[in-house]
Design a protein around this ligand. Structure first.
Ligand code: NDP
Ligand code: HSE
Length: 440
């Protein structure tokens, strides 16, 4: 049988890895797919660089539309990135009846509904395993492996760059900037690294996980997003003393009122496996009613690591492209006419527990005032750590840190209590609030 013809859009970190791994493992991949998978065309900006990479194996062109419009191309692999040109190319490929494989989470989180609707109407597949936690087959696990379950929550370290930065800062004492430069050098970071540091990349991925876990449309605009920019070394150290680690988590949870979708630094118990996911590795926990908690671990970024997912999609599409469309796995796991309109909740409705650090005057009654505000707000305290003033500010210091861990409460109530505590004259600096999840 003739090899399936692939058009590769972009031959950078992911495109280059995909080309290399496909060549290296060609025979093994063919044994699995049942026919050859051949990259026949490559679109690149730097044609000389691309030709040096692919040699005579594929035609290199400067115009990516020449690839998506070419009659011989069966599958288009979009690894250019971004949401403007990539969207035009993907929609054009679909309109031309071509299947699409993409690792572009930004594109799917922001325009997935339109893209999947177009693909459904045209009867083609859009596969995206590389878009979330690259070497971990989490899309397959949620869409297929756990399809007998009612999923309750998904929580994960789903950005390799920020996990790498946090680990390097803690283990090697690197500055934030030095750790970020190392992540960029290793090809982990997005073209614009604020996507990573600001939590947006993780939110793109959490948005996709949310949709396939709960069968709702992709709704990136409703995700609550906080990054690691404002995280302070003091809080990492206090969390450690209290038996926790701080990780940037993507969390999506089903509740009676709707679905939570949030990304923020989070305290998690040090004894959880997830707390020990270090460097650029990713880890994802899924809680579902029948399987219970399952956990997935693997590289979260990188050239061949992402190629592994892209090629798995190529194999899937190759196997299924001649199958009846009804036999294919729906893009968002649930049949398009069975999607639900369960709302994504505003952050004020989220229920979670908290780590609070208050820099306070070291005088009588301060703790009582703070705990009285929490008690009036019906927020229950789990633990309190009060540091000696001279340990925090040196000998003779008159201020100290008060750390409070709370039990669960609704965020709106915590916001009100925080405003009252912040107004106390004895609270001397902006209160640090980090959310905490027990993941039990
Ligand atoms: P790179 O920047 O390394 O690669 C993108 C490539 O696309 C570059 O070679 C670039 O060319 C090329 N390109 C850009 N515009 C055009 C154009 N108009 N025509 C032809 N080629 C073009 O990015 P990555 O490979 O890292 O990322 C690609 C996608 O994969 C992104 O969506 C990213 O989010 C996603 N991804 C990345 C992962 C990673 O670990 N890096 C992991 C998972 C997903 P030039 O070099 O000339 O600019
Ligand atoms: N920039 C992303 C990360 C790449 O660091 O996780 C993988 O999606």
């Amino acid at each position: 049988m003739k090899s399936i013809q692939v058009g590769l859009l972009g031959i950078g970190t992911v495109g280059g890895g995909t080309f290399r791994v496909l060549q290296r493992n060609q025979a093994e991949i063919m044994r699995r797919a049942g026919r050859g998978i051949e990259i026949a065309m490559v679109a690149a900006r730097d044609l000389d660089k691309a030709r040096a990479l692919v040699g005579q194996a594929a035609q290199v062109v400067g115009d990516p539309f020449a690839v998506v419009n070419h009659a011989d191309i069966d599958i288009v692999v979009e690894v250019i990135g971004g949401t403007t040109l990539a969207k035009q190319l993907v929609l054009q490929a679909i309109a031309n009846g071509k299947h699409v494989v993409t690792a572009n989470k930004a594109l799917l989180a922001e325009h997935g509904n339109e893209i999947f609707a177009a693909a459904h109407a045209k009867g083609v597949m859009v596969a995206f395993e590389g878009a979330v936690a690259v070497s971990i087959p989490i899309i397959k696990a949620l869409r297929e492996g756990l399809s007998g379950n009612r999923i309750e929550w998904v929580a994960g370290i789903i950005n390799g760059t920020t996990n790498f930065i946090l680990t390097e800062m803690r283990d090697k004492g690197l500055s934030f900037d030095a750790a970020l430069a190392a992540a960029q050098e290793l090809g982990y970071a997005e073209a614009d690294p604020t996507f990573d540091i600001g939590g947006f990349d993780a939110a793109h991925k959490a948005t996709i996980l949310c949709s396939i876990a709960f069968g709702i449309p992709v709704q990136f605009a409703k995700a609550h997003v906080e990054g690691i920019q404002t995280l302070q070394a003091a809080d990492i150290a206090y969390a450690f003393q209290l038996g926790y680690r701080i990780k940037l988590l993507g969390i999506t949870k089903r509740t009676a009122a709707g679905v939570e979708l949030r990304v923020h630094p989070t305290l998690i118990p040090a004894k959880r496996l997830l707390a020990n996911v270090e460097g650029s590795m990713n880890g994802i926990m899924v809680k579902s009613d029948a399987a219970g908690i399952t956990m997935y671990y693997g590289a979260g970024a990188g050239s061949e690591q992402t190629a592994s997912a892209v090629i798995a999609d190529l194999v899937d599409v190759t196997r299924l492209c001649s199958a009846n469309t009804a036999q294919r796995v729906p893009h968002l796991a649930f049949q398009p006419d069975a999607m639900s309109n369960t709302p994504v909740l505003p952050m004020s409705d989220v229920v979670t527990s908290y780590y609070l650090r208050l820099n306070v005057a070291d005088e009588a009654g301060v703790l009582a005032n703070v705990t009285s505000i929490l008690a009036k707000a019906n927020i229950s305290i789990d633990a309190v750590l009060q540091r000696e003033a001279d340990e925090v500010g040196g000998e003779g210091a008159t201020q100290t840190d008060l750390i409070i861990l709370t039990h669960d409460c609704v965020e709106a109530r915590m916001n009100e209590a925080l405003a009252q505590m912040q107004a106390l004259k004895t609270v001397l600096a902006p209160i640090v609030r980090i959310r905490k999840e027990e993941l039990a």
